[in-house]
Design a protein around this ligand. Structure first.
Ligand SMILES: NC(=O)c1ccc[n+]([C@@H]2O[C@H](COP(=O)([O-])OP(=O)(O)OC[C@H]3O[C@@H](n4cnc5c(N)ncnc54)[C@H](O)[C@@H]3O)[C@@H](O)[C@H]2O)c1
Length: 466
């Protein structure tokens, strides 16, 4: 660290001020005055050594993308994650063994000390919310501390994790400056480039999605843009500032959340009207500018979480968002609502809830993906159980041990035919679509209820749908 600090005039002042006895001696002061206040030079994007911190759904594809052409360190605090990747296995299913293999310049490590050789630190750690739905910035703060321990003059920290506008410069940068003793925008720089990948989507990939870039100075912004252009074939969109880029990301997901909330509210109204939501949406969709959103559960760690980052910041600024939070309330209530519709259908058939057994098809937060984080299927299960209904959950995509660990839920290996009083088709995995209505119905007893949350079966073949 002493060697790093000696590169800057500020570091000399700080070193002198830090010394026992406090204030700098006249000799030190004149030495400082003689040093030019130089802005450190950013590395060349073509030769910069890159660290990707956090190798999850976002970080791994990025590390593999950079690791094809640039010296790249893929760092994760979870040794188990590094161990599986060293065996060319990715439990998130985002990257194949061949793609990991092809990243010839990628080095994988759980040892933080390896960060010391890097010039660029790209942060892709989780940004969840706590039980009170407030941003939980602990992983981001921990990653910033790690960067601060290893960054050198000319280094740059680029954040990809979804945050509220201002978080990079208000939270992360001061941590890096404090840990490193370096001065922001003179010795080290920052950038923000939000990720837009969509788990389970093998069409919209890192390379094919335009990427927003930004930097803390014009030179840093140009560096960040040039760096990403090396791996993103679709090109970049340079934003005017880090805050603009942060806000752009969070509004993308907030807009999606609100659009789904609108059709979810429509579903609540259509049910009272006794008309089918799907038919209404199909008819409305015949207009050229009607947006094709469908009702459903809004889970995962993006769409159901990111709006809370924006509302948190707005509240800090004294503005109390109404539209965004009312959309969140509607979407967060859909699991309970679906369960109550199923209970009502069973009661109408004289099926006693306390004696009923319900099969839930799907636990993942979305179709054709093993991701369980913040799945709202859990709300359907909890509400059914509150009526003493016995619930079996089947999901061929999900890791049973993870379901046990995250939700204390035992998945069944295979649903038995003729066993259930109701079947809830909760996630549109391709396996369920392929089963078709006859085989799905065969899981139920005669007279059982079939509820289609995802509107994947013909309306006439199910008892009800959202
Ligand atoms: N998954 C998506 O679809 C998606 C899309 C766009 C943006 N994002 C955002 O990207 C960020 C990362 O999401 P994700 O889905 O990749 O998360 P993830 O949970 O899949 O992966 C995060 C990884 O970071 C590691 N990690 C946690 N703290 C760390 C630390 N201090 N140092 C090093 N590694 C650490 C974890 O072990 C884990 O492997 C979040 O902010 C998320 O909102 C996600």
């Amino acid at each position: 660290m002493a060697a790093q600090r000696a590169n800057t005039a500020d570091a000399v002042i700080e070193a002198a001020a830090d010394a026992p006895g406090a204030s700098p001696s006249p000799r030190n002061v004149s030495a400082v005055a003689a040093l030019p206040l130089q802005v450190a030079t950013l590395p060349d994007p073509a030769t910069a050594r890159i660290a990707v911190i956090g190798l999850g759904y976002v970080g791994l594809p990025l590390a593999v993308g950079f690791g094809r052409a640039s010296a790249t360190l893929g760092f994760d605090i979870a040794p188990a994650r590094i161990a599986e990747l060293l065996e060319r296995r990715d439990h998130t299913n985002e990257v194949s063994a061949a793609e990991i293999e092809a990243a010839a310049r990628l080095h994988l490590s759980a040892d933080e000390a390896d960060l010391c050789d890097c010039d660029v630190f790209i942060v892709t750690v989780p940004t969840p919310i706590d039980d009170a739905k407030r941003p939980d910035l602990r992983p981001l703060e921990a990653a910033s501390r790690a960067i601060g321990r290893h960054i050198r003059p000319g280094g740059i920290a680029i954040f990809e994790s979804t945050v509220y506008p201002g978080a990079t410069e208000e939270i992360c940068v001061p941590i890096i400056a404090r840990e490193s003793g370096l001065t922001f925008n003179r010795d080290f720089f920052a950038g923000y480039s939000p990720e837009r990948i969509n788990p389970g989507d093998h069409v919209h990939r890192l390379e094919s999605i335009v990427k927003v870039t930004s930097g803390s100075t014009p030179a840093a912004a140009a560096f960040v843009d040039a760096l990403y252009r090396r791996v993103v074939g679709a090109g970049t969109f340079p934003a005017s500032s880090i805050r603009v880029a942060e806000a752009a990301k969070v509004i993308e997901n907030t807009q999606r959340d609100l659009n789904i909330a609108l059709v979810n509210e429509l579903a609540l109204i259509c049910h009272r009207l006794g008309i089918d939501t799907g038919e209404v949406l199909e008819a409305a969709g015949s207009k050229w500018n009607f947006l094709p959103f469908r009702p459903g559960l809004v889970g995962g760690h993006c769409i159901g979480v990111d709006p809370y980052y924006l509302t948190h910041k707005a509240q800090q600024l004294g503005y109390h968002p109404e539209v965004i939070l009312s959309g969140r309330r509607i979407n967060d209530g859909m699991g309970q609502y679906i369960a109550q519709r199923v209970i009502k259908l069973m009661v109408q058939r004289r099926i006693q809830a306390a004696e009923a057994r319900v099969l839930i098809l799907g636990l993942a937060f979305k179709e054709n993906c093993p991701d369980l984080r913040n799945t709202r299927v859990i709300d359907v299960i909890a509400e059914l159980r509150s009526y003493d209904v016995a619930v079996d959950v089947f999901d061929p995509w999900v890791d049973a041990a993870q379901a046990r660990h995250e939700y204390a839920l035992e998945l069944i290996d295979e649903p038995a035919a003729g066993r259930y009083d109701a079947v809830v088709l909760a996630v549109a995995h391709r396996e369920f679509v392929a089963l078709g209505v006859e085989r799905i119905r065969a899981f139920g007893k005669p007279g059982s209820v079939l509820f289609d949350v995802k509107q994947i079966l013909p309306r006439s073949a199910v008892d009800d749908r959202l």
